[in-house]
Structure formats: C-alpha cells, structure tokens
Design a binder for this molecule. Sequence first.
Ligand code: SF4
Length: 207
Amino acid sequence: MDFYGYPVSQAADITAFGAKLIPVGEDQLPLIEQCREIVRKFNSIYGEVLVEPEAVLSSSKRIKGLDGNEKMGKSLGNAIYISDSEEEINRKVMSAVTDTNRIKKDDLGNPDVCMVYYYHKLFTENEKCENVCKECKEGKRGCVACKKELAHNISEFLKPMREKRAYFEARPEEVDKILIEGTEKARKKAKETMEKVKKAMKLDYFI
Ligand code: SF4
C-alpha cells in the first residue's frame, strides 16, 4: 500500500477497535484528523456506526534530539531508548549540545540554548530545575556535573520500564501468551465492528 492508501489503512486500524482516545506525538495529529474526517463521512452516509477518535497529547508533545535537532531518531543517532543502560544514557547525555559560548565553569551561561537544560525541564523536579537555570546563568554550575545530574534523572525515570523490559525479555513464553490473548481480543472486537459496518452498508449477506 502506498502513501495514498495509508490514511485509510490507519483509520481502519483505529476504528476497527472502537478506539476513542489515541495517544500520539504532535507529528501524528494530521493522520488522526484524516481518520476523524473519514469517520464523519462514513457516519454521515451510514449512520453512527464508527467511533470518532480523539488525539491525546502529553505535556511534552515532541522531544528534540540531544543534538538539538527537531527530530529524535535512530538514524540521526540523537535518541535515548527505554532499553538504554545507565552507562549508555550517561554516554549519550555527555555528548549533548550545551551553551557553546561557555568555556569555563564560572562563565555566565544561557540555559535557553542548551539541550541539557531542555532535558532538565522534562526530567528534573521543578525546584531543582529552576536551580539549574539560576546556577548556569550565574556561572556557578559546571556542564559536566550538570550533565551527570541529568543522566541520573533520566536513568531513574526509565528504570521501571527498563526493568519490566528485562523481565519480559527473559520470559518469551509470557510475551507469547500476552500476544495470543491480545490478538484474540482484538480479533473479536474487529469482527463486531465489521459486522456493524456491513449491516449499515447493507452488505450483511457477506457476514
Ligand atoms: S551548566 Fe548545564 S544548563 Fe548551563 S550550559 Fe552547562 S549543561 Fe547547559
């Protein structure tokens, strides 16, 4: 299927399961809007059959890469993964772009141009984050210590996910069971939706 059919395929993936709330990144909003339009069109012709979904955005709609790139991605080498170990996170954060005008610790910094501060705002408690900003501006904070603190906070945030991932990695039979049960549930729900759709379109002799 090419890009022409992709929005329809995605709308089918959403509507088949009657999904109401779709957690997405900002870049996915146009696709959700296309899905909503398809649903509205279908329902206007055949009645209220499909559920019109709504996008749900988190407070961090899009996270930039550690290098300051608007996009974070594997091919760009600027991303942090849930599976990254504490050492990997540390290594990656150490390479993040900071205020390049700062040479010495007591140089007055500009946190607003620094990716480390950008990430502190996402992973560090408010009060501590305000302190990062203040100390940086006053030249009372070294970039290495600042990065180490950030790496620790990111690592702590990801720890429960990393542990859960490791748990399932060591138990593939549990993963298979979850996938099989999930597939059965999804198939049942999609079948119910398809029956409603065919009935509404007077194609129910195919059921
Ligand atoms: S002290 Fe922290 S916020 Fe300031 S430039 Fe260095 S890394 Fe960035």
